[in-house]
Design a protein around this ligand. Structure first.
Ligand SMILES: Nc1ncnc2c1ncn2[C@@H]1O[C@H](COP(=O)(O)OP(=O)(O)OP(=O)(O)O)[C@@H](O)[C@H]1O
Ligand SMILES: [Mg+2]
Length: 261
């Protein structure tokens, strides 16, 4: 199995408004292999979004190296698709035109664009909503459209920043199942940020735990359970509890505690 992503000795400091330096990420080492599904889990402010944005090429590290398939990441690229933490559809474009946005930028013909956009619309179960506008869709549907948009560019590495964070528990579980199906069918590599321990145990091959101030990787868990995973499987509960304990121990100093979902 090849390495898709290799992050070595990564540090990121931001300059605050007052001019002081804030260490967002410290000594991050992370390797993601071909077709692997890795979840990043950690308290608010531990640098999860910053790490994803660096891998997406939207932010530069202060030091260290970030390598995608053997090449240093210098900026954004279509082979790395991002689904952002907040809904990010353009309100003045229809759902179909939102999905085709990246394809438009890369100069693909209108007819090909429409076919490709329709294919991904169907993949996320929104066939009937191509001509709707984002405000006409529910939160879950908008998030599906954002996922379809990222997938329509056929990225090799999918970077997902709490894509289901704002959804109700039921929709979240449905979209988790759908994402696993797409990942298995399309053989993607996924780096997925979440606050939900349960979500990480359901989805990931490997769970990377981060702690805050400064953001560091404190532990990694392999999830050796066949899919589809059952939440009532005792091993599911045990791993969730172990990770929760670890996270609470790590984050108590930061005054945060974790909920299981
Ligand atoms: N552009 C910026 N300028 C200054 N500080 C920033 C900037 N972006 C992030 N930070 C700081 O870096 C740290 C990490 O932020 P980040 O958004 O990566 O956290 P996070 O783990 O994604 O949090 P959440 O779970 O709440 O989304 C925080 O202390 C934040 O204030
Ligand atoms: Mg974030």
């Amino acid at each position: 199995m090849g390495q898709v992503l290799a992050v070595r000795n990564l540090n990121k400091a931001f300059l605050s408004e007052k001019g002081t330096s804030v260490d967002a990420l410290q000594d991050i080492d992370l390797v993601v292999d071909e077709n692997e599904f890795v979840c990043l889990l950690g308290p608010s402010g531990c640098g999860k979004s910053t790490l994803l944005r660096i891998v997406a090429g939207l932010e530069h590290p202060s030091s260290g190296s970030v390598v995608y398939r053997g090449e240093a990441i210098e900026g954004p690229g279509r082979e790395r698709g991002m689904v952002f933490q907040e809904y990010s559809l353009f309100p003045w474009r229809t759902i179909l035109d939102n999905i085709g946005l990246g394809l438009e930028f890369s100069g693909i013909s209108a007819e090909k664009r429409r076919r490709r956009s329709e294919e991904y619309l169907a993949l996320v179960g929104l066939e009937r909503f191509g001509s709707a506008y984002p405000h006409e869709l529910s939160g879950g549907m908008r998030q599906r459209a954002a996922i379809a948009r990222a997938l329509a560019n056929n990225p090799d590495l999918l970077l997902m920043d709490e894509p289901f964070g704002a959804l109700d528990a039921y929709t979240r579980i449905l979209l988790q199942q759908e994402l696993l199906r797409i990942w298995q069918e399309r053989r993607k590599t996924i780096l997925f940020v979440t606050h939900g321990v349960d979500e990480a145990v359901f989805l990931a091959d490997r769970i990377v735990l981060m702690s805050s101030s400064p953001g560091r990787i404190c532990r990694t868990f392999s999830v050796d359970m066949d899919r589809p995973r059952k939440r009532k499987d005792p091993r599911f509960g045990q791993l969730t509890d172990t990770i929760l304990e670890e996270l609470n121990a790590e984050t108590l100093a930061g005054g945060e505690s974790f909920s299981p979902v």
